[in-house]
Design a protein around this ligand. Structure first.
Ligand code: ADP
Ligand code: MG
Length: 318
């Protein structure tokens, strides 16, 4: 199959009205007046970001999901996306499933695929997705916006993707039922893009949790020049983790990556409106701590015992 045929067959669904999509030298579309273009890109490499035998529909889903997560973290509304693919060979079954996973999420998020590039790879599959969204610049959720006294919130649940990864990598003893219940969170994350748009102009700061809550929250603290206290017992743990060793679960929740949910800060006066917006969007939100002037991240249990994370992400009580 030639490159043109491949694009025509798998990646040329018509773009919505008002868009010039796949087929010309550039895509064309507008940004709503008063808004700015928000753009982000992520590479997705076989053997590094997904396993060689991974379900191609899940790979297509996740390659777009991790990018939608970045738009959500700015409070931006998805507008369109680009997909570049480098493939060692044309595997029609793989392409068919990959495209179906990708388009299913693109449709759900109203983020049409409007272009890309396709080449042959000397070894392994390389995927690059670029997303474009729009946000009012004065409402964009920057990492630098946190204020002393803000509540710290997270969306969704924590811990499941990391437990699934540990099971797949043999770092936890094999457990088929646990893998089955945690794997969807790892392979098919669903960032809260609808709720995130409502948060724009309401929250002070936000980012998406890709490397682990504690490490990612540190980026907000550094950019906003402040500190934080987290209540370890308030973390919204994935129900699938019930019954597991509590130290393993706490470590997964605090340091586990691949979550693609938001951590955001907002004034305490906004608690009710945030809870209402979250209810309307069908997104779970949990208050997990607050921003302090004293630098550093302090993690405590409900009875005020400090939890210490070492470099490897292991925690112990000080
Ligand atoms: P060019 O030579 O200008 O790079 P191409 O032949 O690579 O153009 O691409 C032709 C059209 O197909 C362009 O509109 C491009 O954006 C689109 N395209 C190529 N690969 C993909 C892909 N994997 N997904 C979506 N669109 C693609
Ligand atoms: Mg090209």
């Amino acid at each position: 199959m030639k490159e043109f045929d491949l694009i025509a067959r798998y990646f040329s669904r018509p773009a919505p009205a008002g868009f010039l999509g796949v087929g010309d030298d550039c895509a064309l579309f507008g940004v709503t007046p008063g808004h700015q273009l928000a753009t982000s890109t992520d590479l997705f490499i076989e053997g590094r970001h997904f396993l060689a035998g991974a379900d191609p529909a899940a790979v297509g889903h996740k390659a777009l999901a991790v990018n939608l997560s970045d738009l959500a973290a700015m409070g931006a509304r998805p507008l369109a996306c680009l997909l570049s693919l480098s493939l060692p060979r044309v595997d029609e079954a793989w392409l068919e499933a990959f495209a179906s996973g990708f388009y299913a999420l693109a449709d759900q998020a109203a983020c049409p695929l409007v272009g890309g590039d396709t080449t042959r790879s000397p070894a392994g599959i390389v995927i690059n997705v670029t997303v474009m969204g729009e946000v009012r610049p004065e409402q964009a959720l920057l990492r630098s916006g946190a204020k002393v006294g803000d509540d710290i919130w997270v969306t969704g649940e924590l811990g499941a993707p990391d437990i699934a990864l540990q099971l797949l990598q043999g770092r936890l003893p094999a457990d088929t039922a646990l893998l089955e219940s945690t794997r969807p969170a790892l392979e098919k994350p669903l960032p809260p893009w609808r709720f995130a748009q409502q948060l724009a102009g309401v929250a002070h700061a936000a980012l998406d949790i890709s490397d682990g809550l504690a490490q990612d929250l540190d980026h907000i603290l550094a950019a906003s020049r402040c500190g934080a206290e987290l209540d370890c017992d308030a973390l919204p743990l994935a129900p699938a983790l019930q019954g597991l060793d509590s130290a393993v679960v706490r470590r997964a929740a605090l340091t586990g990556g691949d979550v693609y949910q938001l951590c955001f800060t907002a004034a305490p006066e906004r608690r009710e409106s945030i809870a209402g917006l979250a209810r309307d969007a069908g997104t779970r939100v949990t208050r997990i701590g607050h921003i302090k002037s004293q630098p550093g991240l302090r993690i405590v249990t409900a009875d005020n015992t400090a939890v210490v994370l070492d470099a490897a992400g292991f925690d112990h009580f000080s």
